[in-house]
Design a protein around this ligand. Structure first.
Ligand SMILES: N[C@@H](CCC(=O)N[C@@H](CS)C(=O)NCC(=O)O)C(=O)O
Length: 204
C-alpha cells in the first residue's frame, strides 16, 4: 500500500493507523497547494479530488476519504484492535466518533485554513470547533480514549485534528481531559513514529 500524505494534514490519521497495525506501506508526500508530489509527478493524475489522504492498494485500486481509508486499514489487521467487529455496537460507537470528528471538527477547521474565507465566517467556524472541543472534553472524563480503554481509528483522527488547534491560537490546556488525552495519544510509539516520519518532530 502507498499512502499519499501531507505533513500534519488529515492524512496523519491513516498514517498513524498504518503504523499501529504494523502492516508494510510506503509514503508519498504531496504538496496540497501545488499538487506536486515528492517524485515531481502531478497528484491530480493520481486523485482527481486533489486531496490527501489517498491510499493506493497493492492491486492498484485507489481509496479516498480518510475515515474510509482508516477503516479499510484497520480491517486488514483486526487483531490490532483499532476497530471492533462488524455488527457490534462498539464498532458503531467508533464510527459515530469518526463522523463527529470529520464533520464537526475537521470540516469546521477547513475554512479557517483558507485565506479567502471571510473573517465573519472564520469566527463562526472557530465557535463550532470550540463547542465541539468542549463536548469532547466532557466526554473524555474518566476515559483513556474516545470509546473507552482502547485506542481506535477515531482516536487517530481526533488527535490529528486537535493538533491544528495551536495553529489557530486555541489552547487545548483549557480542557484538562482533552489535554491529558492529547498527550496520551502523542506518547504512543506508533504516533511518535508517524510524527517523525512526517517531519513534525525530530528523530532522536
Ligand atoms: N473529505 C476528505 C477531505 C480531505 C481533506 O480535507 N484533505 C485536505 C488536507 S487535511 C486536502 O488535501 N486539501 C487540499 C485541497 O483542498 O486542495 C476526507 O475526509 O478525506
Amino acid at each position: 500500500m502507498k499512502l499519499y500524505f501531507s505533513p500534519g494534514a488529515c492524512s496523519l490519521a491513516p498514517h498513524i493507523v498504518l503504523r499501529e497495525t504494523g502492516l508494510p506501506f510506503e509514503l508519498e508526500r504531496v504538496d496540497t497547494k501545488t499538487k506536486v508530489m515528492a517524485s515531481g509527478d502531478d497528484f491530480w493524475q493520481v486523485n482527481p479530488k486533489g486531496m490527501v489522504p489517498t491510499l493506493k492498494l497493492d492491486d492498484g485500486e485507489l481509496l479516498t476519504e480518510g475515515p474510509a481509508i482508516s477503516q479499510f486499514i484497520a480491517d486488514q489487521k483486526p487483531e490490532a484492535g483499532l476497530l471492533p467487529a462488524v455488527g457490534s455496537l462498539a464498532r458503531y460507537r467508533v464510527l459515530e466518533w469518526l463522523n463527529f470528528v470529520g464533520t464537526e471538527i475537521h470540516k469546521q477547521f477547513t475554512p479557517m485554513f483558507k485565506p479567502n474565507t471571510p473573517d465573519d465566517y472564520k469566527a463562526i467556524a472557530r465557535e463550532n470547533v470550540l463547542k465541539a472541543f468542549k463536548l469532547v472534553d466532557a466526554h473524555l472524563a474518566g476515559k483513556q480514549y474516545l470509546t473507552g480503554d482502547s485506542f481506535t481509528v477515531a482516536d487517530a483522527y481526533l488527535f490529528t485534528v486537535s493538533n491544528w488547534a495551536r495553529l489557530h491560537n486555541i489552547d487545548i490546556a483549557q480542557w484538562p481531559n482533552f489535554a491529558a488525552y492529547q498527550e496520551r495519544v502523542r506518547s504512543r510509539p506508533a504516533v511518535q513514529e508517524a510524527l517523525k516520519a512526517e517531519g513534525l518532530i525530530k528523530a532522536a
